[in-house]
Design a protein around this ligand. Structure first.
Ligand code: GLU
Length: 510
């Protein structure tokens, strides 16, 4: 199959919001497709109607859009191989189950839930740890392999409930080459007779997944490690259906692990350690429970993608910041590791910080303005641009610029208590007053002049920086720390600075 067009799919089940592990799977599929000039498909796998969650499908489409993962074909995009939602493809699957029955690779099973339970109990008491419906136990069950043909026909004609199961061959090694894991070999004695077609007329995930990948011309299946145990069954289905020559190549991605300890990252870890595990906000339609997302917390999709890309992949260089275009250029499955990748929330923040500081003050001002408006601050854009330029080195999120630099938009309403207690001494008011008299006389109120004035004041009075600066900063910003005071004062302007010093002198008493 040389020169086969690269076609990959992201195939989530709409059972809730996308976990970041799911988004990473989508991202890797997307990067791989684009790197190889191929197509990225979105297929919704909703064969398990009992697990369907309203709103999940829209959530998935919307989250991918936010991430900048463009869907070439599939749900929400259309295409010639649709429909792309499995519940709308119901009529397609039955014929393939029938083909498998005809070729004796599958069979009807009529066992009731009670009979299945009874079999498991029986096997357990005979010492079998996890009894399964398989090559050994099937002979004691009610199926088309054990019942007389006439009986089977009567049951089918009568409309008895049944499922279709795969007839797992005995003692055969199923081998396939996983792009990430290398050769995988599983003996069929360890596999069970999985249900392929259910009594509700729907295929199971396994049958639908294989049929759809075949019909949609999927060249590579890139998915989470949790699907690795299912892969041998899928390989057998390709073989039994006569599709082996176009079987996709498999790549099972490593798990995303919790930041502390081992094990898969879960929503509970996020709740416990205070970080989102979903790309965007989600409200559970049944319980009303709300979960926060990266988007609403103020993360840039670029930073989020960059962080996700590094959870399992590395470029083999020291470069850490990648635009989507750069990721596409650099990505390869060869550089995806087998070992689980530990989630690191601090690193996620770091990525956002990098993206923030690499933007111009103008861009940041555009993002900050809605927050300012919401709080009733109507400020000239040029001023906001300058504030952003000054504050961006210290911000992780755009909103930090307002939260940490509120004094740029209003005079302090209170003064940081700790700084007052520690630094506002008996002689401070007099010192600050003298400083303000000097500042008032400055012909030009720019950062450099303010800095020189401050310095000569210290020298003339023989005072240390630490004696004067905290009082100055406290008076003007209300805080004990922050960006350069020369810059802050220059931006606020002489009149405002003097006014603030005046009110600080009359309101801070220690
Ligand atoms: N529907 C499966 C899921 O929810 C897809 C697995 C696969 O990609 O084959 O993850």
């Amino acid at each position: 199959m040389e020169n086969r067009r690269v076609r990959v799919r992201f195939a989530p089940s709409p059972t809730g919001p996308l976990h970041i592990g799911g988004v990473r799977t989508a991202l890797y599929n997307y990067l791989f497709a684009k790197k190889n000039g191929g197509d990225f498909l979105l297929r919704i796998e909703d064969t398990d109607q009992s697990r369907f969650v309203a709103g999940a499908e829209n959530y998935i489409v919307d989250a991918l859009k936010w991430c900048g993962i463009h869907i070439d074909e599939g749900v929400s995009a259309g295409g010639s191989k649709g429909p792309y939602k499995q519940s709308e493809r119901k009529a397609i699957y039955r014929q393939y189950a029938d083909l498998l029955i005809e070729s004796e690779h599958a069979y009807y099973a009529f066992d009731t839930p009670e009979e299945l339970t009874e079999m498991r109990e029986r096997m357990k008491s005979a010492g079998m740890a996890s009894p399964q419906y398989n090559a050994v136990t099937r002979s004691g069950m009610k199926n088309s392999l054990t019942l007389p043909a006439k009986d089977v026909k009567t049951r089918l004609d009568r409309g008895d409930k049944y499922v279709i199961r795969i007839k797992m061959p005995r003692n055969e090694d199923v081998k396939f080459e996983d792009i990430i894991r290398g050769w995988v070999s599983v003996n069929t004695n360890n596999l069970d007779d999985k249900v392929l077609f259910k009594s509700d007329g729907m295929p199971t995930y396994h049958l639908a997944n294989v049929v759809d990948d075949y019909l949609m011309g999927i060249s590579h299946v890139i998915r989470g490690e949790e699907w690795l145990p299912s892969a041998p069954l899928h390989v057998l289905l390709y073989r039994f259906l006569g599709w082996e020559s176009v079987m996709p190549k498999f790549a099972h991605l490593p798990l995303i692990l919790k930041p502390d300890g081992n094990g898969k990252l879960s929503k509970r870890d996020g709740d416990r350690l205070g970080f989102p595990v979903f790309p965007t906000n989600w409200t559970n339609p049944e319980t009303g429970e709300e979960s926060s997302g990266y988007r609403e917390r103020g993360y840039y999709p670029e930073a989020f993608n960059n962080m996700l890309a590094f959870l399992g992949w590395n470029p083999g260089t020291t470069q850490e910041l990648f635009t989507m275009k750069e990721l596409i250029g650099a990505f390869s499955l060869d550089r995806v590791g087998k070992a689980g990748a530990k989630f690191d929330f601090d690193k996620t923040k770091w990525f956002n910080q990098q993206y923030l500081r690499n933007q111009t003050g103008g861009d940041l001002a555009k993002q900050l303005t809605p927050h300012l408006k919401k709080e009733g601050f109507n400020v000239e854009n040029n001023y906001v641009v300058q504030v952003c330029n000054l504050m961006k080195e210290r911000a992780t999120f755009v909103k930090d610029i307002l939260n940490d630099g509120r004094y740029f938009f209003e005079a302090p309403k209170s003064y940081d208590e700790k700084t007052v207690n520690k630094k506002w001494k008996e002689q401070t008011p007099e010192i600050i007053n003298e400083l303000s008299l000097l500042l008032e006389k400055l012909p030009s109120f720019d950062p450099e002049s303010i800095g020189l004035c401050f310095k000569s004041f210290l020298e003339s009075k023989n005072l240390g920086f630490g004696v004067v600066m905290p009082g100055f900063r406290l008076s003007v910003t209300g805080l004990g720390a922050g960006a350069s005071m020369n810059e802050i004062a220059a931006l606020l302007g002489k009149e405002e600075v003097l006014k603030r010093i005046d009110s600080a002198l009359s309101s801070i008493n220690n």
